[in-house]
Ligand binder design. Structure first.
Ligand code: PEP
Ligand code: MG
Length: 755
């Protein structure tokens, strides 16, 4: 067996010599196919390159008719070569012509060859071409031969990726490796950005593929694996699991793979074929990525992702690169591309240079999406294989209005986006001009526009937008981006900074809303069948009050001498509000006894986001100082439709009759009790949603910073009396619980209200 492996090593050594020769690209390819054919005792060796038009062109051959080179062009799903390309995996046949996919091209003269071995030329999981050997005799190529051909294909992948072959191509038929691409993802934060790719985990550039000394490479691989394993052990032991936003479970999966014999064996095999340790790791990774892209089972896909991550770590181990050197050399207009990212990692980048974020994973509710929103950068998630398609420095356009990512865009596309960005900027200027204008409707109704915030980076938005305060400060965000529980002093200083930057404007702090999808990386995850309906938010706070108590104390201390407004998330029964309020009273007593300076006033309220409160409004309103409607959760629970599940999250509109009726009764009861009611869910941040809410009687809306301008522009043109009459009539219709969105949009149009 070992003897057979001598072949590929000799081949790789000869290939290295050919790669270094000062010859033309065509000559080099011609020499390579001769070498491979000779080494594998094959009568034919051919290289097909995938072109920008998605066809495969014969670039070199030994054995087939030479005239066919650059003439034979096949669709990427045609014939056996197409099969190799589209499946991104080897095809090994002793009788190729008997295979249903076989397609005969007379110009090649390949009818006399029976056996066929084709392997994809892969880079980062992407097919760049196909490498084929053929023999007259009916034979099956051995596993070692398949392996050897795949290794050789790697060298070709680098040659194609280097751009060397572009000179051989007809215009419009260049190798696909640098082609323009349009990838589709989902919008995490709206915006449009043009810039250049920065890989969050820079691709390790391998310059040395071919080993001088195989024993040495084996030893390097072995010690890198050992180091990787002990790193993982140490991370798990120290509980230092928040690094990069990784959770314990993920690290445990990594550890399992790091000890997986199959994986280690594959790496060793690749080294034995004559690759350097890093090239071997890259080969295995490329195969993993190719499989990942074709895997539809979400569980297996996730495991392949883990394996891909682990391989990355191993590469860094081998080459001694640190975690994310990209952050220090950020170009202007940086567009970060990553598989996934913890929220803290995004905050490490220089905001001034950051334009957009593209993630392979990351749904709209992911934590990093929340940070992207706070930073106001365009962000798109769920972009399949984004990393595989780009290189650092590539031009890219992120259209986070449609979820499209354009890689290496054409000049025409770029020009049209530059124009769109200009138009958007002009609109922003118009909004800025409204900054100091009071938000009063056409019929004289004053609307208070507040901000949703949660991090220090949000604070400048108060001044920028001219908002009248913070209507929802999500305190959990600070806990989510931290590596460990923020200490009391850290909490006090954050809350104080928030109050300082708000000045005389009110700030409503919401106590920790963790659990459900809001996971703290350093907290043990409790498996629950339905986490959104589980042990979260105030439920956790009341059952294990130490954390909530320390947070309340921090809030009271931060607000000394000023007004403090606190509210509780996920209250489902009035009794829970009583208990939570009791905790505040007790902390007040404690601080008083210890001679702390107390807040000037403490206002205590609650979120209304669980439908059960709809039937306790009077009792609740007798107790609270204010209410704030969380329309995101209220809609989720009202319709029993998971807000994070795209299959159902858009099934029921916020502007549907049942939702609006629920909102109306909250507003009416609030008014009857003389208690202020705010809406702080996403609905208030959409112009048409805000229109409906104002029509229902809401006078305080808490919005994301970017919505303040558009919502104010809408409100300034609104006649509340007219809108209220319309909405009242529309929601009393007995029509099957449909949405009134279209009617509201039509109303806005006739009234000249900008939406
Ligand atoms: C809501 O549920 O509407 C809300 C504002 O809270 P969150 O989005 O943080 O759950
Ligand atoms: Mg909520």
């Amino acid at each position: 067996m070992r003897g057979a492996l001598g072949g590929p090593r000799v081949l790789l050594r000869r290939l290295r010599e050919v790669m270094a020769e000062p010859v033309s690209a065509q000559e080099r390819l011609d020499k390579i196919v001769v070498l491979i054919a000779a080494n594998m005792v094959a009568e034919v060796c051919s290289v097909y390159v995938l072109r920008v038009d998605s066809t495969l062109e014969l670039y070199a051959t030994e054995g087939l008719n030479r005239e066919a080179v650059h003439r034979t062009v096949m669709r990427s799903d045609e014939g056996l070569v197409g099969l190799v390309a589209s499946e991104a995996s080897p095809v090994n046949l002793s009788d190729a012509q008997a295979h249903p996919a076989f397609s005969y091209r007379p110009e090649t003269g390949e009818e006399i060859y029976h056996s066929f071995l084709g392997v994809p030329i892969l880079r980062a999981g992407n097919t760049l071409g196909v490498l084929v050997v053929q023999n007259r005799a009916r034979r099956t190529y051995s596993e070692e031969e398949v392996e050897a051909l795949q290794t050789t294909a790697m060298v070709l992948a680098e040659m194609i990726a280097s751009g060397e072959l572009a000179a051989l191509a007809q215009p419009g038929a260049e190798p696909a490796v640098r082609r323009s691409l349009r990838l589709q993802g989902s919008v995490l934060n709206e915006g449009i950005a043009l810039g250049h790719v920065v890989l969050h985990e820079p691709r390790v550039i391998i310059t040395n593929f071919i080993a001088d000394d195989i024993a040495k490479e084996r030893a390097r691989l072995e010690s890198a694996i050992t180091a990787l394993r002990s790193d993982l052990d140490a991370m798990l032991e120290h509980g230092d699991v928040a690094e990069g936003g990784e959770h314990r479970e993920v690290l445990e999966a990594y550890r399992m793979f790091a000890h997986d014999r199959g994986w280690v064996h594959k790496l060793e095999e690749a080294v034995l074929t004559g690759l350097t340790a890093e090239a071997a790791v890259e080969r295995v990774q490329s195969d993993t990525r190719a499989r990942m892209l074709r895997q539809t089972d979400p569980y297996l896909r996730e495991r392949l992702h883990d394996l891909d991550d682990l391989t990355n770590r191993l590469l860094r181990q081998l080459l001694g690169r640190d975690h994310a050197p990209a952050r220090e050399h950020l170009p202007e207009n940086a567009i970060i591309v990553a598989r996934s990212m913890g929220p803290a990692a995004l905050l490490d980048y220089d905001r001034k240079r950051l334009r957009a974020l593209v993630l392979e994973e990351g749904g709209p509710t992911s934590h990093v999406a929340i940070i992207a929103r706070a930073l106001g950068i365009a962000a798109v998630g769920e972009v399949n294989n984004a990393i595989g398609f780009v290189d650092s420095g590539d031009a890219v356009i992120v259209d986070a209005t449609s979820g499209e990512v354009h890689i290496r865009p054409s000049p025409e596309l770029e020009a049209s986006y530059i124009e769109r960005v200009r138009v958007r900027a002009r609109r922003q200027l118009q909004y800025q001009a409204l900054r100091d204008k009071p938000c009063v409707t056409r019929d004289g109704v004053e609307i208070s526009l507040l901000l949703n915030a949660g991090l220090l980076v949000d604070l400048p938005h108060i001044e920028e937008t001219g908002a009248s305060g913070i209507g929802l400060f999500r305190t959990e965000l600070q806990f989510m981006v931290a590596g460990q529980f923020p200490r009391a002093a850290e909490q006090v200083s954050l809350y104080r900074a928030v109050l300082d930057s708000a000045g005389r404007r009110p700030v409503t702090f919401r106590t920790l809303d963790v659990g459900g999808d809001k996971v703290l990386p350093y907290m043990r995850i409790i498996e629950e069948e339905n986490p959104a309906l589980g042990w979260r938010a105030i439920r956790l706070g009341l059952d294990r009050p130490a954390l909530l108590r320390s947070q309340i104390r921090a809030l009271l201390r931060a607000a000394s001498g000023r007004e403090l407004r606190v509210m509780f998330p996920m209250i489902a029964a009035v009794r829970e509000f009583d208990e939570a309020k009791e905790l505040v009273e007790r902390e007040l007593t404690y601080l008083r006894r210890h001679n702390y300076r107390l807040p000037e006033r403490v206002e205590i309220g609650t979120m209304v986001e669980v439908p059960s409160l709809l039937y306790q409004l009077d009792e609740l309103l007798e107790r609270v100082d204010f209410l704030s409607v969380g329309s995101n959760d209220l809609a989720q629970f009202l319709f029993a439709a998971d807000r994070g599940n795209p299959r159902v999250s858009t099934r029921f509109d916020d502007l549907s009759i049942p939702m609006l009726r629920a909102l109306r009764s909250i507003a009416e009861r609030g008014e009857a009790h003389g208690k202020p009611v705010t809406v702080c869910g996403e609905m208030a941040s959409k112009t048409v949603g805000a229109l409906a809410l104002i029509a229902l009687g809401y006078r305080k809306l808490s919005l994301v910073a970017s919505a303040v301008g558009p919502v104010k522009a809408m409100a300034l043109e609104l006649d509340v009396g007219k809108a209220a009459t319309l909405v009242k009539a529309l929601i009393s219709h007995r029509d099957g619980g449909g949405s009134i969105r279209d009617k509201l949009v039509a109303f806005a149009e006739t009234e000249g209200i900008p939406l």
